[in-house]
Design a protein around this ligand. Structure first.
Ligand SMILES: *[C@@H]1O[C@H](CO)[C@@H](O)[C@H](O)[C@H]1NC(C)=O
Ligand SMILES: *[C@@H]1O[C@H](CO)[C@@H](O)[C@H](O)[C@H]1NC(C)=O
Ligand SMILES: *[C@@H]1O[C@H](CO)[C@@H](O)[C@H](O)[C@H]1NC(C)=O
Ligand SMILES: *[C@@H]1O[C@H](CO)[C@@H](O)[C@H](O)[C@H]1NC(C)=O
Ligand SMILES: *[C@@H]1O[C@H](CO)[C@@H](O)[C@H](O)[C@H]1NC(C)=O
Ligand SMILES: *[C@@H]1O[C@H](CO)[C@@H](O)[C@H](O)[C@H]1NC(C)=O
Ligand SMILES: *[C@@H]1O[C@H](CO)[C@@H](O)[C@H](O)[C@H]1NC(C)=O
Ligand SMILES: *[C@@H]1O[C@H](CO)[C@@H](O)[C@H](O)[C@H]1NC(C)=O
Length: 465
């Protein structure tokens, strides 16, 4: 506030300067980001391959194979410096509890191979909470370890000929709903502090909570997978890039109870202290359905920041919310420099949501003055059929959402345009948007922040000046 007053006589100059800085920055981001899905991993065959059968596994869906998986991977560790190795999982139903992967490893699931998660909670390990969360997500203290884990690894591929990894999560959904769990639910696949990861050509079913969770990771490619959990499965999520960078999610079909894809980066004071953002993320060509959540969500845990995200060719259907930005006082952090382009939606209750009142706090030690920033969000080329509410943008009084830019958006809204947008503490710019947005999203160019305007031009230049 003080600074603005001082600078007032130089306002024009400042505006021009900012424009230069911001448009350059944004152009750079877009250019950098275009790489994440363009770089295609070279999946050279590993020089060594063993079958899980060689370790005594039985594919009858009843015999517990945890030890076979652990032994196979322990054996394959010795090939790490010889070009790595492949663990082959043949057709069959391979019941197992949690196990850990190793570096320079490919796990290949043949057509008809199904890895089944044990429905006995004692077959899942218990591990420390993540430092950026400070506790389990659902219950304080420790958490269950995921079914398939990577910890500080590099060069790991989980792939196959459309094999399946099925968490058989119904027991966990029942336990969490009936408050009988002692620790937070596990995920299906989790990579912690790992790099150069590929997950491709598989089907993931019925995770206890998240299906694929890369956290503190770099260079993760999730390609050509399907994810399915039934609509009534409580808070099941598809893919959750969390405090991770250089992520590509391409050609995936995801149906879940809660969010299909959620980008996160830690929780309140723990996420702020850990300080690792989710950035350089590219999502393209995905079909998403989130019956009781958002097809694509940002947050609500975003305390390490989320930036430089490019999303294109999104198909969203039969969901509560299409695209949602969630945050809250106490989160700190930011969600900024996000471009979403070429989006089709049908049968979605709320097409776009942004809220500053979402989610709970890990404990009472959070700082209520840690205000999150939400800015520079561009949504363009959107067509929606059978939408109930076009948009709900509810910012925070002391930290309004700014530079929300809408361009070429056409939604057929069933509620009638009078009530189709809800806005408070939000500022944005729009062009060719139907139904007509609330005035807060139609501020003139000179009042809206300038960065989005350069993004609205297809060539990335602030040509309108
Ligand atoms: C698996 O890795 C975790 C670290 O993420 C470790 O705590 C656990 O002991 C490992 N389990 C086995 C069986 O090696
Ligand atoms: C996707 O995976 C399926 C098997 O699940 C495979 O048949 C298909 O060729 C893959 N497509 C691409 C583009 O890799
Ligand atoms: C992959 O497997 C799933 C489940 O077995 C099946 O529903 C799906 O149609 C298969 N996809 C392809 C491309 O073969
Ligand atoms: C939680 O702990 C109690 C007491 O130790 C135990 O009886 C119960 O089976 C545990 N719940 C689960 C789901 O493991
Ligand atoms: C997916 O499967 C197809 C067909 O087998 C294969 O050509 C492609 O290389 C695989 N892609 C990945 C990333 O695993
Ligand atoms: C996803 O669904 C679309 C449309 O139904 C289909 O064309 C595509 O092959 C599917 N992709 C996968 C990975 O199953
Ligand atoms: C419109 O979308 C809603 C979900 O928002 C769905 O319940 C309803 O069946 C859809 N109507 C039609 C005609 O598809
Ligand atoms: C507007 O968006 C639609 C898709 O919703 C697209 O087909 C059309 O080309 C876009 N128009 C412009 C001028 O980009």
């Amino acid at each position: 506030m003080l600074m603005q007053k001082k600078l007032r006589p130089m306002k024009m100059l400042v505006v021009l300067f900012l424009l230069l800085v911001l448009s350059n920055a944004v152009e750079l981001n877009v250019k950098e980001n275009e790489g994440e899905c363009e770089y295609k991993p070279t999946l050279d065959p590993r020089p060594h391959s063993v079958s899980i059968l060689e370790f005594g596994a039985v594919g009858d869906g009843k015999t517990l194979n945890t030890i076979a998986f652990q032994n196979a991977i322990f054996y394959l560790k010795s090939f790490a410096d010889k070009g790595g190795a492949q663990l082959y999982v043949p057709p069959g139903k391979w019941l197992t509890g949690s196990f850990n992967l190793t570096s320079h490893l490919t796990v290949f699931l043949a057509s008809g191979a199904v890895i089944l998660g044990s429905q006995d909670s004692s077959n899942w390990g218990i591990i420390e909470p993540l430092p950026s969360y400070g506790r389990g997500l659902e219950l304080p203290g420790a958490r269950y370890q995921s079914l398939i884990n990577g910890y500080m690894l590099r060069d790991v591929v989980i792939t196959g000929d459309n094999g399946t990894i099925d968490g058989q999560g119904s027991v966990w959904w029942y336990w969490i709903s009936s408050h009988s769990l002692n620790y937070s639910r596990p995920h299906l696949v989790e990579f912690i502090a790992s790099k150069d990861i590929v997950v491709s050509n598989l089907t993931f079913l019925n995770a206890p909570a998240y299906h694929i969770h890369p956290v503190y990771c770099s260079n993760v490619q999730v390609l050509n997978i399907s994810v399915f959990a039934p609509p009534e499965s409580p808070l099941t999520v598809g893919i959750v890039p969390d405090s991770s960078d250089k992520i590509c999610i391409e050609n995936c079909n995801i149906t879940t109870g809660y969010d299909a894809i959620a980008l996160k980066s830690g929780w309140d004071e723990y996420g702020i202290a850990y300080g690792r953002p989710s950035t350089s993320i590219h999502i393209k060509q995905v079909y998403l359905q989130a019956s009781f959540g958002s097809a694509l969500a940002f947050g609500s845990e975003m305390s390490g920041g989320i930036s430089d995200v490019l999303v294109e060719h999104l198909h969203l259907h039969d969901s509560l919310t299409g695209i949602e930005f969630r945050t809250s006082r106490g989160r700190g952090g930011y969600i900024k420099e996000i471009i979403l382009s070429d989006i089709e939606m049908e049968n979605v209750h709320t097409a776009f949501g942004a809220t500053g009142q979402s989610g709970s706090h890990p404990d009472d030690k959070f700082d209520p003055d840690a205000l999150p920033v939400l800015s520079q969000i561009t949504l363009r080329n959107v067509a929606g059929r059978n939408i109930t509410l076009a948009g709900s943008f509810i910012g925070i009084q002391e930290s309004p959402f700014t530079s929300i830019c809408l361009s070429n958006v056409s939604l057929s809204v069933s509620s009638g345009s009078a009530t189709s947008w809800v806005c408070s503490y939000v500022l944005g710019f729009s062009e060719f948007v139907f139904p007509e947005p609330c005035p807060d999203l139609e501020t003139s160019f000179s009042n809206s922040s300038l960065a989005c305007f350069s993004l609205l031009n297809s060539n990335g230049h602030a040509a309108a000046l």
